[in-house]
Design a binder for this molecule. Structure first.
Ligand SMILES: Nc1nc2c(ncn2[C@@H]2O[C@H](COP(=O)(O)OP(=O)(O)OP(=O)(O)O)[C@@H](O)[C@H]2O)c(=O)[nH]1
Ligand SMILES: [Mg+2]
Length: 316
């Protein structure tokens, strides 16, 4: 079995060497271990450091294309290089590389197709209580919407089987963290997790300026991907809210109509109720249309899976 350990790099000259040095040289059940970096338009010496440490695959984006696009590049390279397992870790040395050995075990033993490193965020001393709360809330939301049981949904420390890489089609540009989990849930790709600890922070996040930006960007991806795979659930839930509002206002109108005023007054309630009903109908229609589009997407993805299987097949 061949394992490729991939490190996305955006100006990581200071920490890349320490990540590379700690990567395990041998893992039971793995016959080959190779390393890969995706340099996403770095302006520092990231590439020189990678070359100095004999990284096997160096992919260079000449300008910064963000992590979602980088994901597509490294999956393509890994599949082309016959990787059976792909591991992702961070270039800032956030995740101790010693855990890679445990991370790949469920894939080697065919117990799972994706394995996540659970940082146990509630125990991280440098996280503020607010950050811990939001990390917990966020993971709960991702778990609920994706139908998975991942405890730490934004952990970048992950292992993927070749099969899962063939099935995942990331379309978000900014990040792949949520996209991959939502797809794994709806495509019934088995996810497992192991407990890990993290190293002390070496710098601030390059991906997000602050927690709010993180929440906003990833939430918009979450909703879009959820709509892609579960359009009926999303649009019918929104329609239900407007149905309830319509019912409340029509009841108000009827109450006054029957008990007090007769037909002349409270006509505004009737108009409001009618408006809510029309909005609800629009959302139902959107749900049906989006559902048809999503069915087509499923067929296209099935086709893509077979095409990728042929394209990335080992030549004898
Ligand atoms: N391809 C690519 N990688 C990036 C980009 N920005 C950051 N990275 C890399 O993605 C990994 C995660 O970025 P970090 O800045 O550590 O962000 P984070 O891990 O979410 O934040 P912390 O938890 O604070 O470390 C690192 O290896 C970065 O070098 C980018 O624009 N493109
Ligand atoms: Mg990091």
């Amino acid at each position: 079995m061949k394992l490729i350990i991939q490190i996305p790099c955006y100006n990581e000259e200071k920490t890349l060497a320490s990540v590379l040095k700690e990567i395990p040289k041998k893992i039971e059940g793995i016959s080959e271990i190779e390393t890969m970096i995706i340099d996403d338009g770095s302006s520092d010496r990231t590439i020189d450091i990678a070359k100095k440490h004999k990284v096997n695959h160096i992919v260079k984006h000449i300008w910064n294309k963000w992590l979602g696009n980088a994901f597509r590049s490294w999956v393509h390279k890994a599949l082309k290089s016959w990787a059976d397992i792909l591991v992702n870790t961070d270039g800032d040395n956030q995740y101790p590389s010693k855990y890679i050995t445990n991370l790949v075990q469920p894939i080697i033993s065919k117990q799972a197709d994706i394995v996540m490193g659970d940082r146990q965020t509630a125990t991280i001393s440098h996280f503020s209580p607010l950050k811990k709360f939001f990390q917990w809330l966020w993971s709960l939301m991702v778990r609920t919407l994706s139908g998975t049981n991942v405890p730490d949904s934004v952990s970048w420390f992950r292992a993927y089987s070749r099969e899962s890489l063939l099935k995942l089609n990331v379309t978000s540009d900014f990040s792949y963290a949520v996209d991959t989990l939502m797809q794994a849930g709806s495509k019934k790709i088995k996810i497992d997790h192991i407990y890990i600890t993290t190293n002390k922070p070496t710098r601030k996040s390059r991906l997000f300026k602050n927690m709010w930006q993180h929440m906003f960007k990833t939430f918009s991806i979450l909703i879009r991907v959820f709509a892609m795979y579960h359009p009926m659930k999303l649009f019918f839930s929104i329609a239900a809210v407007f149905w309830i509002l319509a019912i409340i206002w029509i009841m108000r109108f009827l109450y006054f109509y029957i008990t007090i005023d007769g037909p002349t007054w409270h006509i505004q309630s009737l108009i409001l109720s009618w408006t809510f009903l029309m909005i609800a109908t629009i959302f139902v229609a959107l749900g049906v249309i989006w559902d048809l589009i999503s069915k087509n997407r499923k067929l296209i993805e099935d086709d893509l899976y077979l095409t990728k299987k042929m394209y990335y097949k080992k030549k004898k």
